[in-house]
Design a protein around this ligand. Structure first.
Ligand code: ARG
Ligand code: ZN
Length: 467
């Protein structure tokens, strides 16, 4: 039966992955021998993140000179050890380190592929700090899903990527399960902009270098960090008592499609707030880059980055703004507990495109559902697509179909209560598919396991639920 398939899928996950907490999230502890694990326990990407500790805050100071492509950095990490640790890992793609201290004491660090293995002078217990000085020429991260990480551009650089990117420019526990707050200070040659996440905290200029300061005070998954350096046209102000800052690469025509789409950021966010509940962050924004190697957009926290291909004269580009802003609720504020749950991000962000098209262009959600439903290939299960398919139509479009199937089953009233309960109860946290199924059952009072089983885990076309 369909239910058996779902149970089998859940069991398979449970049997092939590390110990789990009652929420179904990997426990992320290190080995019993006081050595932190090299991965946090993600079944799709076993080396992502690390075990044994939980980061609370990253203080990042970097200086980048586009003329030499050289990055000089210092990161100060505050963390809590889950158990006494005599050794632990950070994800870092290998810029040479010059100084590593743990709790202020010199520590030894050795690079092993994309891991920095740190051995502190004394066993670490409870709260601890790590400081790392490093410098070098940052490199992109090669991945099956397309490159991520640091990209040197004509006028500066772009650091961006999913499911990993941060480890190309700072040492990090790079998995969405370890969300942390961030302060960033980025120094670039005077005249260039250095854009990042969160609230703009001003700039200072000395000796031909300008330092741009940013603060993301809500917990953020490391893959949602971004750094965009170059020639940008910046528009800033405030919206509903929060800072809003958008930027468009100067090579785009002023008042063209990119500027017009960015100018609608606040309007789109306000519409989504009526559907999903309160906007989750302290600031708003967006950055449009010109480098064609960025072939996608990414929901980098509070300030998504958009590649150039979305903005063509005469086209409507606000659908991608609706998609990336929807991720601020689905993915950024409520983050997945493992990459197999990515439909919880992409299914809802894709559904937001349908909601926005209905609102902005009077194209009904139902007609959009009907078109996609007819053409869907059902062979890849949305709820467990496999690492090579995390950005596939099975996740995005079939994910959106699943969201609408839920709506048809429970009715509009319960549906929007489910969405708001999810973003409210799980705000700033992590969650997995089973959490969404339970919450939907609780809020609607309906038994929904067979529905999710068929739409998320089946491999044949499910019937459209009768309202
Ligand atoms: N999460 C992004 C979005 O749907 C997509 C990122 C695609 N990543 C990639 N490496 N192509 O908005
Ligand atoms: Zn998306």
């Amino acid at each position: 039966s369909a239910a058996a398939v779902l149970i089998a899928a859940l069991l398979t996950t449970a049997c092939t992955s590390p110990p789990r907490t009652p929420t179904g999230l990997p426990s992320g502890t290190g080995g019993a021998d006081g050595v932190g694990a090299e991965g946090i326990g993600d079944p799709y990407f076993p080396r992502y993140g690390n075990g044994g500790y939980d980061v609370g805050h990253y203080g990042i100071q970097v200086r980048y000179d586009p003329a030499t492509d050289r990055l000089t950095g210092r990161v100060a990490i505050t963390a809590v050890a889950a158990a006494p640790l005599r050794r632990f890992n950070l994800d870092f793609t290998g810029l040479p380190t010059s100084k590593v201290t743990v709790n202020g004491q010199p520590a030894t660090a050795r690079q092993e592929e994309s891991e920095l293995v740190v051995t502190p002078a004394a066993v670490v217990r409870g709260d601890f700090t790590v400081e790392i000085d490093y410098a070098g020429v940052p490199q992109p991260i090669k991945a099956i899903l397309g490159d991520g990480g640091w990209l040197h551009t004509d006028d500066g650089a772009i650091a961006l990527g999913q499911p990993e990117s941060a480890s190309s420019w700072f040492p990090v526990n790079d998995h969405p399960l370890d969300k942390a707050t961030f302060d960033l200070a980025i120094s670039v040659p005077e005249g260039l902009s250095a854009l990042s996440n969160g609230t703009p905290e001003g700039t200072t200029t000395a000796d031909g270098w300008t330092t741009w300061r940013w603060a993301e005070r809500a917990p953020m998954a490391p893959y949602l960090t971004t750094l965009v350096i170059g020639d940008y046209r910046i528009t800033s102000g405030s919206h509903r008592n929060r800072p809003i800052l958008t930027a468009v690469a100067s090579s785009f025509p002023a008042d063209g499609d990119a500027d017009r789409a960015m100018a609608r950021t606040a309007e789109v966010a306000d519409f989504l707030e009526t559907q999903f509940g309160p906007y989750p962050f302290e600031s708003y924004g967006g950055v449009v880059v010109a480098d064609p190697r960025i072939s996608y957009a990414l929901e980098t926290q509070s300030r998504p980055v958009y590649g150039p291909s979305f903005f063509r004269a005469g086209s409507d580009s606000t659908w991608v703004v609706a998609h990336e802003l929807a991720h601020q609720w689905f993915g950024d504020s409520v983050s997945i507990g493992g990459w197999q749950h990515i439909w919880l991000n992409e299914g809802f962000a894709s559904y937001a495109e349908w909601l926005w098209a209905e609102k902005d262009r009077k194209i009904s959600v139902q007609s959009q559902f009907d078109d996609v439903y007819r053409l869907m290939d059902w062979s890849i299960p949305t709820g467990d697509p496999g690492p090579a398919n995390i950005f596939s139509g099975a996740v995005y479009r079939r994910g959106a179909l699943t969201v609408h199937a839920l709506r048809l089953t429970v009715g509009d009233d319960a549906f929007f209560r489910i969405l708001k309960a999810w973003t409210g109860e799980r705000r700033n946290g992590n969650a997995v598919t089973a959490d969404f199924v339970s919450l939907s059952e609780r809020v609607s009072g309906k038994s929904l396991r067979p529905l999710f089983d068929a739409w998320l885990f089946g491999t044949t076309q499910p019937p459209v639920p009768k309202p």
